[in-house]
Design a protein around this ligand. Structure first.
Ligand code: NPQ
Ligand code: MG
Length: 368
């Protein structure tokens, strides 16, 4: 396989409601789509970096520049390109995993479409549907939070994740438990908003029967989680801290986490995601599929991955309408708390050209 051209498309997606986390309030999701053209097929992927480097150090303009100036030239220079070869070709470039993931996924999608093979099959997924959870942003008041949670439970979501930060943690969690009872599956995500010194405070969450607490401490503070785990009983799950299979191995070995959230963008792609899945499976550590407010393009690919056997906890893969009134693809839907794994070749879904055109803010074509 050889690449003929790559198109980089920037799209702005209005969110159905602002999404507030401990690091930002988003009202629009800026997205970078990567379209790879080969003689046999085209492949699509979505770069999950945010417009600002607030979730992690990557951001969209930076990712786009790395893709055009540093990643694509290395792929153009290769004689026989395949999805599996991309990782090795891009390895000399340090970091920039979200950029690498988008490029690798688009190449893989083109290859699999040409072969007629679904990504789920290529990755070794066995499930045909994935348990769907929802991530609920920080609200201005507890009553507003309760309304939001009620709406998602009524819609059928199988698990609720509350975003937390200092000042928005014990009271909202207590109120949700009080209102909806012990039976709802509930977890929290701090996006690195706490410090080691908050251990005693976080231990107060133990009374609420949470499935897990996600990324309580700074990305770099693996050892802090080992200390925290001695003080709290709620299982610690890492998101931002795990950017490779090596990290996952180290975090598990040292006791920094009991659960891992896998986001392909964060770790450099679907193949590294599978390696993390395998490392965790071998260690008896459950994993689940995270989300980065993807459009249907990224969401479809995440579903393929989430079909692997050690994805045993509910995902952050919600329906399209959780975030977007109009998705770039046919909407991904949730019924009975589950979302279907796509069955078509490659990522199994196509962007709707008119919708992409309407929401596009910039596009460039890069050729060998
Ligand atoms: C998480 N996602 O698990 C992330 C963080 C996150 C669904 O909670 C724009 C782009 C806004 C990416 C907000 C969920 C975002 C974003 C939050 C990612 O930590
Ligand atoms: Mg998270």
């Amino acid at each position: 396989m050889k690449i003929r051209a790559v198109e980089l498309i920037r799209v702005t997606m209005p969110l159905v409601a602002p999404f507030r986390t401990s690091f930002a309030v988003e009202t629009n999701r800026d997205v970078l789509l990567v379209r790879v053209e080969t003689a046999e097929a085209q492949g699509w992927a979505e770069c999950v970096a945010m417009d600002s480097p607030l979730y992690s150090s990557e951001y969209l303009d930076g990712a786009q520049q790395v893709i055009s100036d540093h990643l694509l030239p290395r792929l153009f220079a290769a004689d026989e390109l395949s999805g599996a070869a991309v990782g090795g070709l891009l390895a000399p470039v340090r970091g920039h995993r979200m950029a690498k993931s988008a490029v690798e996924t688009a190449v893989l999608d083109a290859e699999l479409r040409a072969m007629g093979m679904p990504l789920s099959q290529y990755l070794g997924a066995t499930a045909t549907e994935v348990v769907s959870g929802v991530s609920v942003g920080i609200q201005d008041t507890v009553p507003e939070l309760l309304d939001a949670v009620e709406e998602y439970l009524d819609a059928g979501y199988a698990r609720i994740k509350l975003k937390i930060e200092p000042g928005w943690d014990l009271a909202p969690v207590a109120a949700v438990r009080e209102r909806f009872g012990e039976d709802i599956v509930l977890q929290v995500d701090a996006n690195s908003a706490y410090h080691r010194a908050d251990a005693r405070h976080l231990a107060q969450l133990d009374t609420f029967g949470l499935l897990l607490i996600e990324q309580p401490l700074a990305e770099e503070d693996l050892a802090g989680n080992v200390e925290l785990a001695k003080v709290i009983r709620t299982p610690i799950c890492l998101d931002e801290s795990i950017v490779s299979a090596q990290d996952a191995y180290e975090a598990i070995r040292t006791g920094a986490c009991a659960i891992v959230n896998i986001k392909p963008g964060r770790v450099g792609g679907y193949l590294e995601s599978r390696r993390i899945h395998d490392v965790c499976a071998a260690a008896g550590i459950p994993v689940w599929a995270g989300g980065m407010l993807e459009t249907g393009i990224g969401r479809a690919a995440n579903l393929a991955l989430a079909g692997l056997s050690n994805f045993t906890l509910p995902s952050d893969i919600s329906a399209s309408d959780r975030y977007y009134a109009q998705d770039l693809t046919e909407p991904i839907t949730m019924t009975g708390g589950r979302v279907a794994v796509p069955t078509g070749p490659g990522i199994g879904i196509d962007p709707i050209p008119e919708v992409v055109t309407e929401l596009t803010t910039a596009r460039t074509v890069i050729q060998p």
